[in-house]
Design a protein around this ligand. Structure first.
Ligand code: GUN
Length: 295
């Protein structure tokens, strides 16, 4: 194995420490950032995420507001809650955990959040701001990927980047962030012709397709930096284990650097959610933004 392992767990701990410093700095002004998380229904994976978000929010010195609503909550009641959170000065960030139960229109609900409090960066205004190179709230997972790439490579200017996957949550915002750092960006997906050849062009390969171990080592340019966003649970020796979208062992033999699964991109997502909440709080009070925690 030749690749350097990019340790997302350690990196996320450093991000949280910087967020905690920023929060401590605001305390002198009597400001305590607050993050509201809304969970509708009892999806087990979502419950785990929400608990983890609440715990980490408190650990960096912020206030955590959790709103757990029954699975049969109507759209009007959910929109009422969002309106209350929009109006509450103690709430600087609002996150509605996805997926929502099928009877709720996710686009409508997300677009009801005040864009300045939209710490997921999913509101259509933030999507538009990011894609036009204006100051936006940036989705947490791609922001975490960008931070790790900058940390590992320094300047990304002029590098060939291939983003595998075109989701609204990861692929598309990742493209915008890489363009913002002056990469030459290709978006590849399940219908892309000659996918292995396209991937082999990449100095930076971001895999975010949700297909276990889809990218083998011989799709990777020697020395490339590989960011694996996939978190796939697969059967293994009578139990299960987590794997990424990249076949780690064969990829690590070729790449210059690679994120593992677990312990790569995953821990960065919540760390960036906290970073976004701090950023939103600073903007709300007209204060300078924290350094190194934004795009
Ligand atoms: N469900 C899984 N990941 C996410 C995320 O990043 N944000 C929200 N709101 N829901 C999610």
């Amino acid at each position: 194995m030749g690749a350097a392992i990019i340790d997302g767990k350690a990196f996320a701990a450093r991000v949280r420490a910087r967020v905690a410093e920023g929060v401590a700095g605001l305390a002198g002004r009597g400001i305590v950032p607050g993050l509201a998380v809304v969970l509708v229904g009892e999806d087990p994976a979502s419950q785990v995420y929400v608990r983890s978000k609440g715990r980490q929010t408190v650990e960096v010195g912020m206030r955590s507001f959790e709103h757990r609503l029954p699975a049969d909550t109507g759209e009007a009641a959910l929109l009422d809650l969002i309106a209350q959170l929009n109006a509450d000065p103690a709430v600087n960030g609002i996150l509605v955990q996805l997926p929502l139960p099928g009877h709720l229109n996710s686009d409508l609900v997300i677009n009801a959040i005040d864009p300045a409090k939209d710490v997921d960066g999913f509101h259509i205004s933030n999507v538009g701001l990011l894609s036009t190179g204006q100051k936006a709230m940036v989705p947490c997972t791609p922001l975490g990927c960008l931070m790790m790439l900058r940390d590992h490579l320094g300047s990304l200017s002029g590098l060939e980047a291939v983003v595998l996957g075109r989701s609204n949550i990861v692929g598309k915002p990742m493209v915008q962030l890489l363009l913002g750092d002056s990469c030459t960006v290709t978006v590849a997906h399940s219908r892309t012709r000659d996918l292995p050849d396209v991937c082999r062009r990449a100095d930076i390969l971001v895999a975010a397709v949700g297909r276990p171990q889809m990218v083998p080592g011989d799709w990777i340019k020697p020395g490339a930096t590989v960011i694996d966003v996939g978190i796939n649970r697969v059967a293994h020796e009578g139990g299960t284990r987590l794997v990424g979208d990249v076949d780690f062992d064969s990829a690590a033999a070729v790449a210059g650097a690679i994120t593992p699964v677990p312990g790569g991109v995953g821990p960065m997502t919540i760390a960036c959610l906290l970073a976004n909440t701090l950023t939103a709080t600073c903007r709300a009070h007209g204060l300078p933004e924290p350094e190194g925690l934004t795009a």
